[in-house]
Unconditional design. Structure first.
Length: 332
């Protein structure tokens, strides 16, 4: 089998959220296509405090190049997918390196100015959405870009789908305790709507500690580091899925919510334009609470339109076909 490297930060491999789910899904589907994906990450961290000046993740990536290159050479790898902009300098050592961004230099994200210089030396990328492809070209002149959805598990979406189990007042939010994800808005919504049962799901155990700084209303249910199986089971029971992030490159839970027939409330930022079906409603900080309440009070308990759209647009079979075509060109 041809070997390729997938370079991510250690914490991304460790936590039960988007990047790790993507990594495992890519590894499994690649094996079916005759490609072995080797996980590679720095062995050391500069700091866990990536929001402090001088400790930004990208700077930590730079001081870990020797460790990353050693691992790549040990496996005799010439083709690398890397997911964070701090590793763009891999291009100097491995000209076939490809960026699959888990973040993007958008003003909505902290540290976006620091990311910009790294993007000036990207020559090839894979992204999840047409929006990101357009941004790559418009902002950085990167035109060799494939769009491949991350997909969702059809098997899980079939096994857990049961509209009879929908709880009419249950709202689901999945994110992180980070400013960009706006957990504060969810807590305030719950405070103002005590008749709603609001589930907040966090990808990592580290958020169990950080959430203690908030005054958490009694109608909030906190969940941490759920498996994909548990996510789909919980997703099935909610009537409304709400995302209030400022910006997203992955938006995986949104595609899963569509696949599970949820009524979706999302941000109006164009990075979410692909989450576009009959019962997905875009809003902002001014009207989100009203939108969520309207969705919750709808006589419709689920949306077959949303489910059909997701299966036609994001299913893992589409991801597999995308990588089949991508590998046939990249690995020549």
């Amino acid at each position: 089998m041809t070997k390729i490297g997938l370079v991510m930060r250690k914490i991304q491999f460790a936590e039960n959220q988007g990047p790790r789910v993507f990594a495992e899904r890519l590894k499994a589907l690649s094996a079916e296509l005759g490609v072995e994906v080797v996980f590679i990450s720095p062995e050391r961290h500069v700091s866990g405090y990536d929001w402090l000046p001088g400790y930004e993740h990208e700077k930590g990536d730079l001081v870990n190049y020797d460790i990353v290159l050693d691992q790549i050479h040990q496996h005799g790898i010439e083709h690398v997918l890397y997911t964070v902009s701090g590793f763009t300098f891999l291009n100097m050592f491995l000209p076939k390196s490809v960026l699959f961004p888990h973040s993007f230099p958008d003003p909505a994200l902290t540290g976006y100015e620091m990311m910009k210089p790294f993007y000036t030396i990207v020559n090839k990328a894979v992204v999840q959405t047409p929006f990101l492809k357009r941004q790559m070209a418009a902002q950085f002149g990167i035109t060799d870009v494939d769009v491949i959805p991350i997909g969702f598990s059809e098997e899980l979406a079939e096994r857990h789908y049961n509209p009879d189990l929908v709880v009419d007042n249950r709202i689901l939010w999945i994110g992180r305790d980070e400013e960009n994800r706006r957990p504060d808005l969810v807590l305030e919504y719950a405070r103002r709507n005590p008749d709603k049962e609001v589930y907040m799901v966090f990808g990592g155990e580290r958020y169990r500690e950080s959430m203690k700084k908030y005054d958490i209303p009694s109608n909030i249910k906190l969940q941490f580091a759920l498996s994909q199986d548990e996510i789909f089971q919980l997703m099935n029971s909610a009537k409304v899925y709400w995302s209030c992030s400022k910006f997203d490159t992955f938006a995986m839970p949104l595609t899963e919510a569509l696949a599970m027939g949820k009524i979706v409330v999302k941000p109006e930022h164009p990075c979410y334009d692909h989450i576009s079906s009959t019962h997905s409603f875009a809003g902002n900080e001014q009207n989100w609470f009203e939108l969520v309440n309207m969705a919750a009070s709808s006589p419709r308990r689920y949306s077959q339109d949303n489910r059909d759209y997701a299966f036609a647009t994001f299913a893992s079979r589409i991801m597999k076909e995308g990588y089949r075509n991508f590998y046939s060109d990249w690995l020549q």
